[in-house]
Design a binder for this molecule. Structure first.
Ligand code: UDP
Length: 338
């Protein structure tokens, strides 16, 4: 059985969909602070918080057949991480320490961890491969890099086998339109553009038009959420067959500028995206493009939906059917602490 920590979030809920399609037994662990119960679509869940070690001990006690853990339960806003680093270090790093300790007590030694391109910081070259120097420019990136290092120590000390998947820009949605991206607040480019076009928020800001790129706006590597989910499944298979710890970068290997994404969005949705040029967002590198050659070579992973129009049209399927998102309000969770 797979324990999906943070299964009610954007990436986690797409993972659940794939696990259901593959008949993979699983249980979600989520505090529902940011996640949505409606995103579970029937997957079983256990309400708990990573910052409370007892919640973790309880879920492993209740489900002694858990053999693999996937971790998605992180705070993800770069800007917020600068303003509130404590929140990020507690949840994103100390929370994972609680998790791997609980795994140790439960004798579970397989983990798939959601890492990020933000661990690299300002790129020294692109495409960015796994060996690229790691120098995060935000507390968010620091917390993720710290976990990668912690996992290496736990591998050496306790035999924990962990696959760290470093996502570039996760985007799109399940083509069914049933699940999709719904963050509070929403900060990611494609949903922000769609919500602005729908009149659900004011004109969006283009963060910086003076970068050294094709049109002066930042270039990013957008990878379909279901392609990310598939990489997790390959990681589970690798770990279950006795495979050792690995690190992989996950992207399409192609970059698109902010303006190119906005033009594609307008084309796909058939509406203008109200936008204004604005200043740079602190901490944004000009260009981030992944090399995913290693995972392609080792496991045959290839994006099934590399095309930007397809990615945007799947996101659009979700938003046009759910202009208010899931329509729930995050639970008033009182986060329990040690
Ligand atoms: N971006 C923007 N306006 C927005 C949101 C994002 O111009 O309202 C830009 C942002 O500066 C970055 C790109 O779009 O260059 C992708 O940003 P996002 O927050 O989606 O992902 P990130 O690259 O931060 O992981």
């Amino acid at each position: 059985m797979i324990l999906v920590v943070g299964g009610a979030g954007y990436i986690g809920s797409h993972m659940l969909k794939l696990l259901r399609d593959e008949n993979e037994e699983h249980i979600v662990f989520d505090n529902f602070e940011q996640g949505h119960r409606d995103a579970l679509l029937g997957s079983p869940s256990f309400q708990g918080d990573l910052r409370n070690p007892n919640d973790l001990l309880r879920v492993f006690e209740k489900h002694p057949d858990i053999d693999v853990v996937m971790h998605f339960a992180a705070y993800i806003s770069v800007g917020e991480s600068v303003r509130e680093p404590s929140k990020y270090w507690h949840n994103n790093t100390a929370g994972v320490l609680n998790l791997v300790d609980a795994m140790r007590f439960a004798k579970v030694n397989k983990l798939v961890f959601s890492s990020t391109a933000a661990i690299f910081g300002e790129p020294q070259y692109v495409p960015i491969d796994e060996e690229h120097p790691k120098s995060p420019t935000s507390p968010y990136g620091q917390t993720k890099l710290a976990v990668e290092k912690m996992l290496s120590d736990f591998d050496r000390g306790y035999g924990l086998n962990a696959v760290c998947l470093r996502y570039f820009n996760a985007a799109g949605a399940d083509p069914s339109g049933q699940i999709g991206e719904d963050h509070e607040p929403e900060e990611h480019l494609i949903p922000v553009a769609i919500l602005a076009a729908l009149g659900k928020r004011p004109a969006m800001k283009v963060f910086g038009t003076d970068y050294d790129t094709v049109d002066g706006t930042c270039v990013r590597d957008y990878v379909h959420i279901l392609d990310l989910a598939k990489a997790h499944l390959l990681a589970v298979r690798h770990l279950r067959s006795g495979g050792e710890s690995r690190h992989y970068n996950l992207g399409n290997g192609k970059g698109f500028s902010v303006r190119q994404v906005l033009d594609t969005t307008e084309k796909v949705i058939g509406m203008p995206v109200p936008r204004e040029d604005g200043p740079r967002r602190p901490g944004d590198p000009a260009t981030l493009i992944a090399s995913s050659e290693k995972i392609s070579r080792d496991w045959g992973w290839k994006p099934e939906y590399p095309d930007l129009e397809t990615i945007v049209s799947h996101a659009w399927e979700w938003h046009r059917g759910h202009p208010e998102g899931y329509g729930d309000h995050p639970d008033d969770v009182v986060v329990s602490r040690k």
